[in-house]
Design a protein. Structure first.
Length: 583
């Protein structure tokens, strides 16, 4: 979701309004003195997205509605929310079809979650009742309120969902939810889906193996370039006026291309041989580990015979060791099977490459013989020889391109199925044991930690530890200090670093950001110095330019000096003391 424009309509002839303002591609700033109306304008952005806002009485009495235009996957929607003291009244206008009206947060949240491609699971409340996520529970990662947003990593209007921060990050990162209300039913369905994807991955891997190499030496794009060059040479030779020199030059080019292809295949054979040696060493090491495991298990059996150590029948002293032994042994043997399968595939590929190198050598010899004969042949014969050789090369490349494109498609389908299978395995593990650290969560935490360390450095926070650990999945601690122990500007900068790092970590999942913006009603000036705000905004702008993320912020003293990708919204209405944003 990207932000396009915002407009506020007045209530009656004495109402307050904001003419339509366009959001910048990168940085949108509202700059003005205290009391100029920056905060209510910023608040209406998230208000249109379903976030509850308590406006001042004059805003409620003098503003009729706010209209936010957004873009989701290239389609624009207008979200018009009527400004009231309580409740929700939103009209959504889509490019096609009649306008939709929403009067409760749950339905509106479900609608926007669906547009954004986010899961809308049934979660568990803190009192163990069923509930769902809301826009108000995910937006605090992308919107920092001036009063409360800078004192904690996550400040929603209400905390009513069990493990709420963790659940919302999981939804945004497309990870399995931690506390599903329908856990048993979901586990059965997830297990069936995992088994189905296991079979699909196996089928697609077999299709890839039967099609040839799992690693393609040349892509279809490279082959297309070669084909284009060959066709150009064929056209030039046909239009060259039929000379021996042109025919010999064409044959020289063919010989050079074939020699290059031969070198590429020889290098690939050498790489396969190198990998085979490495795999052999790995198998030897795994077999050594298996031997060690067997010796340890045998020693355990001997110890268990001594009554002094385990004198009660079924004492269970070594039960954990036995279970661990079985699991480790199975894991190591599976590794060997995987390596053996890879070795067989690599061996077949090596044999095919050896056969191709012999064919290339024979072809090079034939071309060299034709080149020698072309020097003494008549012009017509020499040209015909070169034309035949080029034509055959074009046909060979066409066949190679067709085969490679088929393998590329098969590999792409295998990668998709593997990614889906990994997500299904994650979901099964989470539903079976919510405390399990699944691979997707572990990978996300690693990305979050790396990004957080970088942003702490950007904001020059030197008085906190870079030894970051996480509690409740995604809440960082700095050495022995939690966020609550940090004070003043250090805490504010740590919160800012976390929000930027979370955006980076979400992008690391390879999925599109559901919200491609960060909105900040800048904290009170005594909590954040201009130089810190400037450094943060500048780095966010670089990040936003790279990943198409918009930055929207208001400020009283700091003024961003941007470029043609940025906008500053004007306070264009005359007030008693200074210019106002609403009038």
């Amino acid at each position: 979701m990207r932000l396009i424009s915002l407009e506020i309509d007045p209530r009656g002839s004495n109402g307050l309004s904001l003419p339509q303002q366009l959001f910048a591609d990168e940085v949108t700033q509202l700059y003005g003195p205290n009391g100029s109306g920056k905060t209510p304008v910023v608040q209406t952005i998230v208000y249109c997205l379903g976030f509850p806002v308590s406006f001042r009485a004059d805003i409620i009495s003098r503003c009729e509605s706010a209209s936010l235009v957004i873009d989701i996957k290239g389609v624009r929607y207008t979200l018009k929310r009527y400004i009231t003291a309580s409740g929700l009244d939103i009209e959504v206008r889509e490019p096609a079809g009649p306008a939709q009206r929403f009067s409760n947060e749950k339905d509106y949240s479900a609608y926007l979650f669906d547009l954004l491609g986010l899961d809308f699971p049934t979660l568990v409340t803190t009192s163990n009742e069923p509930t769902t996520p809301y826009m108000a529970t995910v937006l605090p990662f992308f919107y920092l309120d001036q009063d409360d947003g800078y004192g904690t990593f996550y400040k929603p209007p209400k905390m009513f969902i069990k493990d709420q921060l963790a659940e919302m990050v999981r939804i945004l990162g497309r990870m399995p939810c931690r506390n599903s209300f329908d856990a048993k039913k979901d586990l059965i369905q997830a297990t069936k889906e995992r088994d189905r994807l296991d079979r699909l991955v196996l089928e697609r891997r077999q299709a890839v193996d039967s099609a040839g190499a799992t690693e393609l030496p040349l892509s279809s794009d490279v082959l297309s370039d070669r084909l284009e060059r060959m066709r150009e040479e064929l056209d030039q030779l046909q239009q060259s006026g039929l000379t021996n020199t042109a025919a010999i030059a064409a044959l020289e080019q063919l010989i050079g291309d074939r020699r290059k292809e031969l070198r590429e295949k020889q290098l690939e054979i050498a790489e396969i041989d190198k990998r085979a040696d490495n795999m052999s060493q790995i198998v030897t090491e795994i077999e050594s580990e298996i031997t060690t495991l067997n010796l340890n298990e045998e020693a355990k059996r001997v110890f268990s015979l001594f009554n002094e150590i385990c004198g009660v029948t079924g004492c269970g002293l070594f039960a954990f060791s036995t279970d661990s032994y079985a699991k480790n042994l199975l894991y190591l043997r599976d590794q060997i099977k995987d390596l053996e399968r890879i070795s067989v595939t690599e061996g077949a590929r090596r044999d095919a490459l050896l056969q191709q190198t012999e064919q290339l050598r024979t072809h090079i010899q034939d071309l060299e013989g034709q080149r020698v004969r072309s020097a003494t042949d008549t012009v017509t014969v020499a040209t015909r020889t070169a034309l035949d050789a080029l034509t055959n090369q074009v046909l060979d490349l066409e066949i190679q391109k067709r085969d490679v494109k088929r393998r590329e498609l098969l590999l792409e389908r295998l990668a998709q199925a593997t990614e889906q299978r990994e997500a299904a395995v994650d979901r099964v593990q989470t539903l079976a044991n919510s405390s399990t650290l699944t691979p997707s969560v572990a990978s996300f935490r690693t990305a979050l930690k790396t990004a957080l360390v970088r942003w702490l450095d950007v904001l020059q926070i030197s008085n906190v530890s870079a030894e970051i650990r996480f509690v409740d999945d995604f809440i960082p601690t700095f050495g022995t200090e939690a966020l609550a122990q940090l004070k003043g500007s250090t805490r504010v900068r740590a919160v800012l670093a976390y929000h930027a790092a979370l955006l980076e970590a979400l992008l690391s999942t390879g999925k599109r950001l559901p919200f491609q913006f960060i909105i900040m009603d800048t904290p009170k000036q005594h909590e954040m110095h201009n130089v810190d705000i400037g450094r943060y905004i500048d780095e966010l702008k670089v990040f936003g330019h790279k990943h198409s993320v918009q930055i929207v912020f208001s400020a009283t003293e700091y003024r961003h000096r941007g470029n043609n990708k940025d906008r500053e919204w004007p306070a264009s209405f005359t007030g008693e003391k200074h210019e106002m944003f609403l009038g």
